[in-house]
Design a protein around this ligand. Structure first.
Ligand SMILES: C[S@@+](CC[C@H](N)C(=O)[O-])C[C@H]1O[C@@H](n2cnc3c(N)ncnc32)[C@H](O)[C@@H]1O
Length: 270
C-alpha cells in the first residue's frame, strides 16, 4: 500500500507549479486550510493582509492550479471561517462550478457539493452578536461523478450486539460502525485540540487529527494521493499516512515543515 508522505518547503504556487507536469490529475483529495486574514502575526507565519481582496487574490491562482492537480473523480475541501467564507465560496463556484447549488437537470453538475460546519466548542463570547464557534469546510468536486465513502454515525458492530459493556471493552478495539448506520450530516461537533492533547505540537492554528482522519477516509481510497498546499503542522499528512494514503504537503514556513516532518515520524503510524 502506498502511504509515503512528502513535505516541501516553499511557496505552494511555485512548488506545485513546478510539479504540475508530474502531478496533473493525480490527487484524489486536496485539503487546504489557508490563512483566514485574522490580522495576526503568528510568528511561524504572518496572517496580516491589507484587505480581503488581496487574500482572495492570493488564493485564486492557487485554487486554479489545484483544480488541475485533481483526478476527474477527485474532491477539494477548503477550510475557512466567517472572515473569507463568502468570498471563497464565490471563487470556488467560479473555478469549480456551482454544482448542487444549481437546480438538478440530468447528470449532476461539477462543483459545489456541501458546506460542512465544524463546531469546536471554544471561542470568544459577545453580547453584541452570537459568539462565533464554527469553521466552514467547503466540499467541491472536479467532475460530475466523484468518490465518496460517507462517514456514518458510530454504532455497535453487529458482532457485538447483545454483549454487555464489560465484554465490549475486552473485545472491541476502536469504535465499530455499521454499514447501514445513518450517514453523518453536514454539521460536525469535534472538540478543538486542548492544551493537554498528545497530538498538540504548539504550531498555531493546528487542526484536530480526528477531523482530518474523517475527511481523508471519506474522500479517498487506500493508496491514493492527498495534497495539502498549506500543510502547517502536517495534520492532513499524518491523517493520510495513518490511513495508508500517500500525502504531499507544502508550506512556506520552515517551522511548519520542521514540525510536520517530525510529526510524521512520531505520529504517522496507525
Ligand atoms: C492555517 S495554517 C495551516 C494549519 C494546518 N492545517 C495544521 O493543522 O497545522 C496556514 C499555513 O499556510 C502557510 N502558508 C501561507 N501562505 C503560504 C503559501 N503561499 N505557500 C505555502 N504555505 C503558505 C502558513 O505558513 C501556515 O502554516
Amino acid at each position: 500500500m502506498r502511504s509515503e508522505a512528502r513535505v516541501i518547503e516553499g511557496d505552494n504556487l511555485t512548488v506545485l507549479g513546478a510539479l504540475a507536469g508530474e502531478l496533473e490529475g493525480a490527487a484524489s483529495l486536496v485539503y487546504l486550510d489557508p490563512p483566514f486574514g485574522t490580522g495576526r502575526d503568528f510568528g511561524a507565519y504572518d496572517d496580516r493582509w491589507p484587505d480581503r481582496a488581496s487574500l482572495l487574490g492570493m488564493l485564486r491562482p492557487r485554487l486554479s492550479l489545484l483544480h488541475r492537480l485533481l483526478r476527474d473523480d477527485g474532491s477539494i475541501l477548503v477550510h475557512v471561517d466567517h472572515r473569507i467564507a463568502h468570498g471563497v465560496a464565490a471563487l470556488l463556484d467560479e473555478l469549480f462550478g456551482a454544482g448542487d447549488r444549481d437546480p438538478p437537470r440530468g447528470a449532476p453538475a461539477p462543483g459545489f457539493r456541501n458546506e460542512i460546519i465544524w463546531t469546536y466548542g471554544l471561542g470568544g463570547s459577545s453580547s453584541r452578536f452570537y459568539p462565533r464557534k464554527h469553521d466552514v469546510i467547503f466540499w467541491y468536486t472536479k467532475g460530475s461523478s466523484w468518490y465518496f465513502d460517507p462517514p456514518r454515525m458510530a454504532a455497535r458492530s453487529i458482532r457485538m450486539r447483545g454483549q454487555d459493556k464489560k465484554q465490549l471493552d475486552v473485545f472491541l478495539g476502536p469504535p465499530q460502525v455499521d454499514d447501514d448506520a445513518p450517514v453523518l450530516a453536514d454539521v460536525w461537533d469535534v472538540p478543538a485540540i486542548n492544551n493537554m492533547a498528545k497530538e498538540r505540537t504548539g504550531y498555531p492554528t493546528q487542526k484536530p487529527l480526528s477531523l482530518l482522519e474523517r475527511l481523508v477516509a471519506a474522500h479517498t481510497r487506500p493508496g491514493e494521493l492527498v495534497i495539502d498546499p498549506f500543510c502547517g503542522s502536517g495534520t492532513t499528512l499524518v491523517a493520510a499516512q495513518r490511513l495508508g494514503r500517500a500525502a504531499l504537503g507544502v508550506d512556506a514556513s520552515p517551522e511548519a515543515v520542521r514540525v510536520a516532518r517530525e510529526r510524521l515520524r512520531t505520529q504517522g503510524a496507525p
